[in-house]
Design a protein around this ligand. Structure first.
Ligand code: GAR
Length: 212
């Protein structure tokens, strides 16, 4: 199965996906920022790595249409957002309906948007985490595939909490992509995602750490 991965920055999720050696072909990695560190990671593995600079476009739709054109050259079955930090136009999302996945650093539907770790700490939650979901036009919304829960510690700062959540992201994103590639993800009409052929031994919730 062919994937295209979209990034904006350092690409640690991209690295986790590459390191997992999934039975998929990463046909291209595309960044909206020419200086994204993740592009070098891809190049080092011989994967086509391209930048399409959003600053060259005044209209979001125009940029997204150009991005669609580049992505579709590779004919991916799945487009993976791995730290792609741009809001997508509805037409982009609809073009890839059912085959556009994202990872978000919170337990959705809590804390969509930015600064999730600081907001979780400010809210006093005891459990935080990350979510892999299919993308729909509503920001950080859509059928949830997999989540990882991370215990919040009394002395956490946004930086320490982000580091533990990121480690959890690196566990669950490759897993979710593997399930998609195995055609095991069934999105129900009510938006729930079921895992086909689940013997009961597989987890759609990972729990990391314990409260202190
Ligand atoms: C990750 O924490 C990812 O969850 C987040 O950006 C970071 C990218 O890190 N994505 C979002 O906030 C999307 N709403 P990475 O470049 O090292 O993978």
């Amino acid at each position: 199965m062919k994937l295209v991965v979209l990034i904006s920055g350092r690409g640690s999720n991209l690295k986790a996906i590459l390191d997992a050696r999934l039975p998929v072909e990463i046909a291209a990695v595309i960044s909206n920022r020419p200086d994204a560190g993740g592009l070098d990671l891809a190049r080092a593995q011989g994967i086509p790595a391209l930048a399409l600079d959003h600053k060259q476009y005044t209209q979001r739709e125009d940029f997204d249409n150009a991005l669609i054109e580049v992505i579709d050259r590779y004919q991916p079955e799945l487009v993976v957002l791995a730290g792609y930090l741009r809001i997508l136009s509805d037409s982009f999302v609809m073009h890839y309906a059912g085959r556009l996945m994202n990872i978000h650093p919170s337990l959705l539907p809590s804390f969509p948007g930015l600064d999730t770790h600081a907001r979780a700490l400010a809210a006093g939650v005891k459990i935080h985490g990350c979510t892999v979901h299919f993308v729909t036009p509503t920001l950080d919304h859509g059928p949830i595939v997999l989540q990882a829960a991370v215990a919040v510690r009394a002395d956490d700062t946004p930086v320490t909490l982000a580091a533990r959540v990121l480690a959890a992201e690196h566990c669950i994103y490759p897993k979710a992509i593997a399930w998609f590639a195995e055609r095991r993800l069934l999105v129900q009409s009510d938006g729930r995602v079921n895992l086909r052929d689940d013997s009961g031994s597989e987890q759609t919730l990972f729990i990391s750490g314990s409260p202190s």
